[in-house]
Design a protein around this ligand. Structure first.
Ligand SMILES: Nc1ncnc2c1ncn2[C@@H]1O[C@H](COP(=O)(O)OP(=O)(O)OP(=O)(O)O)[C@@H](O)[C@H]1O
Ligand SMILES: [Mg+2]
Length: 407
């Protein structure tokens, strides 16, 4: 590329803050030397997948953990290492990484795996974008797996978003049922809902034997290490000394969340740039934290099912109209029934509402505390919104159905 042309002064060419901002993007896959604090978890994942290196059947694996604990990163990173290690020995491992938040139907998943691993010259089949029934997509998938791979690894990220778990049963039974004969399939399911296996159908529960892992949150020191390894996203000397420790401490406040730490650092850099400052400083970090939390929060809520939103809305109304901020399930349930009626949503049972509150609790949208010596996590729990009700309300009213409540 020649640089002799006159540059249009409308655009900025030299970034004063970032040397390579992409290192801080969430889709960036850091190399093994930039991954810190997950040695045990990597070993466990590697252990489950190890047989794939010899072309044998790996163990299926479910990984749980709160947001930003490295589940997606570690699964992807170890899988890529398996693929490359296997290829050294002439074993052909392929993998498909599927975000079930985007692809949540059986047909879409089967099609995506097929498209990811297919080599039409080898398999003799094509996997068209549309036009085949689910059964035909399966047939072609088995064909591709046998023809193009020794082992196929299927990573199902956010697996709790699956519409129907039949695909898990078919994939895990494919060898046994002689759908494939030359190859094997390993499934890695990832979720931040630790109780996800409870919601599996009995058929899947009994057919899918698997290992399970839980990734713990990071502590502030681990977050410091993670951020230090990404510091070359910035030009030398741009990030002042207190920035990384402060970012890490802020991101460790609720639970050690690496996603949040990286987001705050990137937003702090963008802010410094926007304000024309030469350095990223403490005040940028504090402002970036506010922004990061608001963004993250609207993302979390926006991705929740409508029923969960209606329940959160009920809790928001209660919070707004009261001097207290904690409410028992029963009260929230009454308010929820009114909301559901107003927007014409089927009313769930109190028990189900309790379960959804529990899930939102796990996602750090609300905080739930058990009262007294109440047994288990039952209906004696009290729930509190963790964010400003005004912000929550604004986000909730963006929903197509709940939006009706705005007028
Ligand atoms: N141990 C680590 N070393 C370096 N970077 C990390 C580490 N753990 C996480 N990260 C980075 O933090 C971000 C979040 O990690 P990841 O997406 O794997 O989290 P997750 O557990 O899948 O979260 P979620 O449940 O929200 O999907 C990514 O940008 C990832 O690269
Ligand atoms: Mg993830």
């Amino acid at each position: 590329m020649s640089n002799t042309h006159e540059r249009d002064p409308l655009f900025q060419y030299d970034d004063p803050i970032f040397a390579d901002e992409r290192l801080l993007e969430i889709t960036h896959l850091p190399g093994p030397d930039r991954i810190v604090g997950r040695d045990d978890e990597m070993k466990s994942v590697a252990e489950a997948l190890n047989p794939a290196i010899f072309g044998s059947q790996p163990s299926h694996l479910f990984i749980f953990g709160k947001t930003g604990t490295g589940k997606s990163l570690i699964s992807r990173s170890v899988t890529e290492r398996v693929v490359s290690e296997a290829s050294n020995d002439g074993v052909n491992v392929k993998y498909a990484f599927i975000d079930c938040g985007e692809q949540n139907t059986e047909a879409a998943i089967v099609k995506t795996i097929g498209q990811k691993i297919n080599e039409p010259e080898t398999s003799g089949v094509s996997i068209p974008d549309r036009g085949l029934g689910t059964g035909d997509y399966y047939k072609r998938l088995w064909n591709c797996i046998d023809a193009c791979t020794d082992v196929t690894l299927v990573i199902l990220d956010e697996i709790d978003m699956l519409e129907d778990d039949e695909v898990l049963r078919k994939l895990s039974r494919a060898g046994e049922n002689r759908r494939i004969s030359e190859s094997s399939i390993g499934i890695i399911g990832i979720s931040n809902k630790i109780d996800y296996p409870d919601q599996l159908s009995e058929r899947v529960k009994s057919s899918l034997s698997r290992d399970e892992l839980v990734f713990p949150p990071y502590d502030a020191n681990q977050l410091v290490d993670i951020l230090d390894k990404r510091k070359d996203a910035f030009h030398d000397g741009v990030v002042t000394d207190d920035v990384i420790p402060l970012t890490s401490a802020l991101a460790a406040q609720e639970h050690g969340d690496a996603r949040k730490a990286i987001d705050i650092l990137r937003n702090a850099g963008r802010l410094a740039k926007k304000q024309g400052d030469a350095n990223v400083k403490e005040r940028h970090v504090r402002a970036a934290k506010e922004k990061t939390e608001a963004d993250r929060f609207s993302e979390l809520i926006a991705g929740s099912p409508q029923q969960a939103k209606a329940i959160l809305y009920a809790l928001t109304i209660l919070t707004e109209n009261s001097t207290q901020d904690e409410f028992p399930t029963k009260i929230i349930y009454k308010q929820y029934q009114q909301v559901a009626r107003k927007v014409d949503l089927d009313s769930l049972s109190e028990r189900r509402v309790q379960e959804i509150l529990q899930e939102q609790n796990f996602l750090n949208v609300i905080q739930s505390e058990r009262e007294g010596r109440g047994r288990g996590k039952g209906s004696h729990a009290k729930h509190r919104l963790l964010e400003d009700p005004e912000i929550v309300k604004k986000v909730l009213l963006q929903d197509s159905r709940l939006g009706e409540l705005a007028s």
